[in-house]
Design a protein around this ligand. Structure first.
Ligand SMILES: [Zn+2]
Ligand SMILES: [Zn+2]
Length: 139
């Protein structure tokens, strides 16, 4: 009788485990590929729904609001991210940052629940590549 419920919670558990096992901030598509190795019949829609649910429960969080695709983070603690504008890789900024709080005037009547801090730039690989290209073009 409870089989469908059990299957759902198993799917959710696998999705969560796979997300928490990586710090690469995967997209739903990337996570889907990994989860399918364990649950071959899972659909992308199911992965999405479970990710949305886990976000709404504060178990995981979304990142990369500036990127082309939503990315997910198994770490729900507030932390800053740094994103590569070339390959869209997202990394955690490990050192805690002092984020200025908004006063009443600055928050304009909003109830502030958190802050998304995202640095953008070039990752070490892309930086190397762009430097190599620069050398070719400027000889
Ligand atoms: Zn890059
Ligand atoms: Zn993160």
């Amino acid at each position: 009788m409870n089989a469908p419920d059990f299957r759902l919670s198993k799917q959710r558990k696998v999705i969560l485990e796979k997300l928490q096992a990586t710090d690469s901030h995967p997209t739903a598509d990337e996570l889907y590929t990994v989860v399918r190795e364990i649950i071959p019949r899972i659909s992308l829609g199911t992965v999405y729904r479970n990710l949305e649910f886990l976000c709404s429960q504060g178990v995981i969080q979304k990142v990369g609001h500036g990127g082309p695709q939503m990315r997910f983070d198994g770490n729900p603690e507030p932390h800053a991210h740094i994103r590569c504008l070339s390959c869209n890789k997202v990394a955690d900024v490990k050192t805690p940052l002092a984020v200025p709080e908004l006063d009443e005037l600055q928050s304009m009547g909003y109830l502030v629940l958190g802050v998304n801090l995202e640095y953008v730039g070039l990752c070490p690989d892309c930086k190397k590549k762009s430097e190599a290209e620069t050398v070719v073009h400027t000889h």
